[in-house]
Design a protein around this ligand. Structure first.
Ligand code: TXA
Ligand code: MG
Length: 318
């Protein structure tokens, strides 16, 4: 049985107690909902994989409530990583660095590095603080499905899995955190996300993307197909001539397309990429439910959060 609790004082207290007992709690962060367990308890972490149906080679992100506590999860921190923590934590940035001994292997899927972030969502921070331990949490969706931005998204995909779903309303940012690895000493982008790359580069200089020839994906969750909705998705140029159809859905960036469609969602009438990112997964969930056989999705400009949006859309169309 999954209990759904409002993310108030009492709900957070109960959820923290469940985490301490080795339970699994879905909770809101500022990016997306996470599926959390005690990050130092391998059995509790195993439940996360079970509930998600996620392959075990996919390592988890540890969430802490302060940079000082987060640093204890790493065995060493280069100065550039230190500057990023100072500037962007709490916030939608995940750092991958050599792991401390205390971090269980199931968390890192056997890697020598661990991914850690301090989320900015106040419910997430309160929960981690009350639990008094790092909380391991991937996005609270079934493996390969869309990331949830509301408690209802979590319930639809995972009902019966977690012990508790903390309902804190719609998440503010709406796409996952940006992941930067320092595994080889210099910053490398593993996943574009809620913190624009430009802001990171302003602090540490140019950040490279991982080499495509790497034997295994640097961030296994970044497999091409990872974010796919259940319906076929086609990326198109805004305004491209696609014939309206009652069996097709349309995801527009700024303006409604002409004609009759199974469903239409407009991400941001004013062309605001932050608004578009915040509504992206919700729009895809809705279009997926419309019964359409294909979703046409307009490309968005590739700067700021537009990069993260395009990354998701490209994966969904792969
Ligand atoms: O915004 C977020 O980051 C959300 C919220 C809940 O915090 N979490 C999230 O987690 O998106 P998840 O598990 O869906 O994505 C984490 C990504 C995966 O692609 C995983 O492979 C990668 O981080 N990752 C974790 N540890 C890693 C490591 N040591 N090295 C490389 N990649 C790692
Ligand atoms: Mg995920």
């Amino acid at each position: 049985m999954t209990e759904i609790l409002k993310a108030g004082k009492a709900g957070i207290r109960k959820a923290a107690a469940a985490l301490k007992r080795g339970g699994v709690v879905a909770f809101p962060t500022e990016t997306v909902y996470g599926l959390g367990a005690d990050g130092l308890d391998p059995v509790a972490c195993a439940r996360i994989f079970e509930i998600k149906g996620r392959p075990h080679f996919d390592p988890l992100i540890l969430h802490e409530c302060s940079a000082a506590r987060a640093k204890k999860l790493f065995s060493s921190v280069p100065p550039a990583a230190e500057r990023l923590m100072k500037k962007f934590w709490p916030g939608p940035l995940t750092l991958v660095l050599p792991k401390a001994k205390a971090v269980p292997d199931i968390v890192t899927a056997g890697l020598g590095t661990v991914a850690v972030r301090v989320p900015a969502g106040r419910h997430a921070l309160a929960l981690i603080k009350a639990a008094g331990r790092p909380v391991a949490a991937p996005s609270a969706n079934r493996f390969g499905a869309l990331s949830p931005t509301t408690a209802a998204h979590v319930k639809t995909q995972l009902d019966g899995g977690p012990d508790i779903i903390l309902d804190g309303g719609k998440t503010r940012i709406g796409v996952e955190s940006t992941i930067i690895t320092f595994a080889r000493g210099v910053p490398v982008l593993l996943r574009p996300g809620g913190l624009p790359l430009e802001e990171i580069e302003a602090v540490v200089g140019p950040v490279s993307a991982p080499s495509r020839r790497a034997a295994r994906p640097a961030a296994p969750g970044c497999l091409k197909k990872h974010y796919a909705p259940q319906v076929k998705l086609r990326l198109i140029t805004p305004g491209a001539a696609v014939r309206p159809s009652a069996s097709a859905a349309y995801l527009a960036f700024t303006g409604r397309p002409a004609g009759k469609w199974a469903a239409v969602k407009v991400l941001s009438p004013s062309g605001d990429l932050r608004e578009a990112a915040a509504g992206l997964f919700g729009a895809l969930h809705a279009l997926e439910r419309s019964g359409a056989r294909v979703i046409y999705a307009e490309k968005v400009p590739q700067h700021g959060l537009g990069r993260a949006i395009m990354d998701r859309l490209r994966r969904a169309s792969a």
